[in-house]
Design a protein around this ligand. Structure first.
Ligand code: Z15
Length: 821
């Protein structure tokens, strides 16, 4: 007899029961004395119970129907907090709030207990998180694979204006969202050597022997879509020691040695590498990549063998695998190894399966971000995979390349999987293009540059492999969760179907001319600015007026993103306010949020410079309220959710051709923050959507940058020609801001002696002029609010639901599979 199921209803009373049960039986706490954290955990578990049922149902239906699934492979998932998102997506927010309210608890206060799940650096990791949300929302069968890092991205603090990093022990107390799946544990091999053997039919077979073994324990996190019953999972692998392997050591009596090995094994999933858009080249990073790729592929192959007894040629019809950048590209030789060495398939059949299975997303053109592994390191860690890569390369260069460009060794050098100049390196980008059927860029301009520049020769050879899939963001987290007031106003005005079809936001367009609507829209913005002003007071000790223009630059600190160009304008304004105290300048608060990679010296110098300028400006009585500069420490998803709805102006000022897409630009525009930006990445498409009268575009275009560099760029020309610019740079590099003129010499030298690689000086005047136009426009509040509303109304294109449906149609060939109640 099946026992009666427990009450998993969605009513207030059911939820109340569940929460109380979890307090009592899971946490062993009394309702009367439970801590705030206990209440938070109990609430998460009550929601998780309801979600898990749908996860099991989704998995079963996907298996039974035998549909193709997409497997998203990413080293990073920047999930942020999950409770509010899961509540809003599942429609349980109101009933849970009421249930807790009856027990004297405030849901919104509990939400702040949750540590961010910060298993990513920046845009690439957050994109993966938005995609997981959209995959569940639009009912696509999907699994996300990644690493269960014990420590996510470091916590940032400022000490005397300088960045200090602290470990982020996000799951020291466990996490109510993750579930261990010990029965799906996998074993992974590393190091060792390759021996040639022959199988029973006399065919040569490579065998990888004398390897070290590592175990991967999967943790599942359910992903709740909006108004959909599909619950996919994010499966994260934790590295563990292989007990069997350690027994050899035990037998020699070295008990303590064995446990040391165990600790070494567990370092593999210990910590996220904190670099965004620069590769580290470290052995542990390669081991991390292979570890999670090998676990994930073994898991995919296990599922393929359990579900059906199909020939291997059918593998691609069951499994699509998306490579999020080249970080998981070792999956290509790993699948070849499985098919050729373990399953005994002929090389050409295996290669066809590989190409049909994999697709690759490129996220950058920056040379320092293109992964290259030294051949000697690669050979030591993955000897068999290096052989496979060499074999792929040889067949490619002697096959397709020779056929298209007979005898052309220059083409072979450029297309080769191996870089030969200055030591040998494996080019992971070339491997990714070659081993997959699709390579996509993340914005239209970025894709054009991929085809014209980075992959020009590959594009000539395989033009049909390249496509554009412009990035998107989930409107649930980046509007519904972070700005429920605006979300409610929109729903009241145009109905709620925009949540499933973001293009319908265009129906807001006419309301920009309605003064009553404008007033409500403006009030929501101002209320958020009051909340942010309080956070600024608490975090930075700076008092700011919510009536000032909130000017926001939030993103990783990188020279190409040009936080230092922003700083040049700030210091120029500071000078102007002192020189011309009666000028009609609308008060402005410059707000920064950014982490620098711990080893990125100049980025840290720029953070210090911004903080030093802030300290002077904020305490200068001659400036008063006209200008404030704040650098909020420890920028992360949960802080972004508070800054974005309160922003008036969105700084998207990268050097043209450098920012692949940007996604913060989309989040800010959606929340009615006007963009000041260059024609770079997705800014180009934002301008197309919102109209050029509703955005502040400035600076050199990609073509003009190329031209300027060709004729020879010299920052000194701009320095000598522009007195304001000269005074600004000289002032920053004087002793005025810290008492020590040496402090910001690295920044000065980069801008002048080292050639200003990101053209700050070339774009300076155009940026300052655009900022003056912003100031003038803001003074006309009616006009500004109209522009803001039109931004919200016209950015529907940037919903990640649209992006994901394009992937499903153009790359993965996936069906949408609705899951019943
Ligand atoms: C990263 O966050 C991005 C690119 C990278 O190569 C690495 Cl290693 C990390 C970013 C891009 O800089 C950004 O323009 C883009 O919007 C984002 O990926 C998502 O595609």
């Amino acid at each position: 007899m099946t026992p009666a199921p427990c009450d998993l209803g969605n009513s207030k009373d059911s939820l109340k029961n569940s929460i109380i049960n979890h307090l009592r039986f899971t946490l062993g706490a009394y309702v009367e004395s439970a801590s705030k954290n206990d209440w938070w955990v109990a609430t998460c578990l009550a929601i998780r119970d309801r979600v898990m049922d749908h996860a099991t149902k989704s998995r079963t239906l996907h298996r039974q129907s035998g549909v193709r699934r997409v497997h998203y492979l990413s080293l990073e998932y920047l999930m942020g907090r999950l409770l509010e998102n899961n509540l809003r997506n599942s429609g349980l927010y109101e009933s849970t709030k009421a249930a807790l309210g009856e027990m004297g608890k405030d849901l919104d206060a509990l939400l702040d207990c949750e540590p961010d799940m910060g298993l990513g650096n920046g845009g690439l990791g957050r994109l993966a998180a938005c995609f997981m949300d959209s995959l569940s929302t639009v009912n696509l069968p999907a699994i996300g694979y990644g690493i269960h890092y014990e420590f996510g991205l470091f916590r940032q603090e400022f000490v005397n204006g300088k960045q200090v990093e602290h470990p982020d022990a996000w799951m020291r107390d466990g996490s109510p969202w993750k579930i261990a799946r010990p029965s799906y544990r996998q074993t992974v091999q590393l190091y060792g050597r390759v021996v040639q053997k022959f199988d029973d039919c006399g065919h040569p077979r490579s065998e990888w022997v004398e390897t070290k073994a590592l175990l991967g324990l999967p943790w599942d996190i359910p992903i709740v879509g909006y108004d959909s019953h599909t619950v996919n999972v994010l499966r994260l692998w934790q590295a563990q020691a292989d007990e069997d392997f350690n027994f050899q050591v035990f037998n020699e009596g070295s008990y303590v040695e064995a446990l040391r090995d165990k600790a070494i094994a567990e370092t593999v999933s210990k910590v996220l590498y904190p670099n965004d858009s620069t590769e580290s080249g470290k052995e542990l990073r390669l081991v991390q990549q292979y570890f999670f790729v090998a676990c994930s592929l073994a898991d995919i192959v296990r599922r393929f063998k359990v579900g059906y007894t199909l020939p291997w040629s059918e593998f691609p019809s069951k499994a699509a695998i998306q490579l999020n950048d080249t970080h998981p590209a070792v999956a290509i030789p790993e699948l070849m190894r499985i098919l050729v060495d373990l399953e005994g398939l002929p090389w050409n059949e295996a290669w066809k399966i590989c190409q049909e299975t994999f697709a690759y997303t490129n996220h950058t053109l920056l040379p320092e971000a293109l992964e290259m592994w030294s051949v000697s390191l690669f050979e030591r860690v993955l000897p068999r995979h290096l052989q496979i890569i060499y074999q792929i390369n040889q067949l490619f260069l002697e096959g397709d390349v020779e056929a298209k460009w007979p005898g052309d060794s220059e083409k072979k050098r450029s297309l080769s999987l191996i870089e030969e100049r200055g030591g040998k390196y494996v080019r992971m980008a070339n491997l990714s293009v070659l081993g997959s059927h699709a390579t996509n860029g993340v914005a239209a301009l970025h894709t054009r540059l991929l085809c014209e520049r980075l992959f020009a020769d590959f594009y000539a050879l395989y033009p049909d492999r390249f496509l554009n899939l412009t990035n998107g963001i989930t409107f649930r987290r980046w509007l519904d969760v972070c700005n429920p007031q605006l979300s409610a106003l929109i729903t009241e005005t145009i109905g709620e179907s925009w949540k499933k079809n973001a293009d319908l936001l265009r129906n807001l367009d006419p309301h920009a001319d309605d003064p009553a609507f404008r007033a409500r829209y403006a009030k929501i913005k101002r209320d958020h600015k009051v909340v942010l002003a309080k956070i600024i007071e608490d975090e930075c000790g700076v008092t700011v007026s919510p009536d000032a223009l909130f000017d926001v630059q939030i993103k990783r600190l990188h020279e190409y993103k040009r936080q230092h160009l922003n700083l040049l304008n700030i210091v120029t304004l500071y000078r102007e306010i002192l020189d011309n105290p009666n000028a009609d300048f609308h008060p402005r608060v410059f707000i920064f949020g950014a982490k620098a990679a711990p080893g990125y010296f100049l980025a840290k110098n720029i953070i210090h410079a911004i903080n030093a300028v802030a300290a002077k400006v904020n305490n200068d009585p001659r400036v008063g309220d006209k200008l404030k500069v704040v650098f909020l420490p420890n920028y992360r998803v949960s802080l972004a959710e508070k800054i974005i709805p309160a922003s008036d102006l969105s700084e998207q000022i990268s050097t043209a051709g450098k920012e692949a897409s940007g996604t913060g630009n989309m989040k800010l525009a959606l929340n009615g923050s006007l963009t000041i930006g260059t024609l770079d990445g997705a800014n180009v498409e934002i301008e197309e959507e919102v109209g050029s009268e509703n955005i502040f575009i400035f600076g050199l275009t990609v073509e003009e940058v190329t031209e300027l560099r060709a004729k020879g760029y010299n920052p000194w020309d701009y320095y000598w020609a522009n007195e304001k610019l000269r005074n600004t740079i000289d002032w920053i590099s004087s002793d005025y801001f810290t008492g020590n003129a040496e402090e910001f010499q690295p920044l000065r030298r980069s801008l002048l002696d080292h050639g200003d690689p990101y053209l700050c000086l070339a774009d300076y005047q155009s940026y300052v002029d655009a900022q003056a136009k912003v100031d003038a426009t803001y003074k006309d509040q009616d006009k500004w609010v109209k522009m803001a509303i039109l931004n919200t109304a016209r950015v529907g294109k940037f919903s990640s639901d649209r992006t994901i449906l394009q992937y499903a149609e153009k790359v993965w060939n996936l069906p949408q599979v609705p899951i019943g109640e």
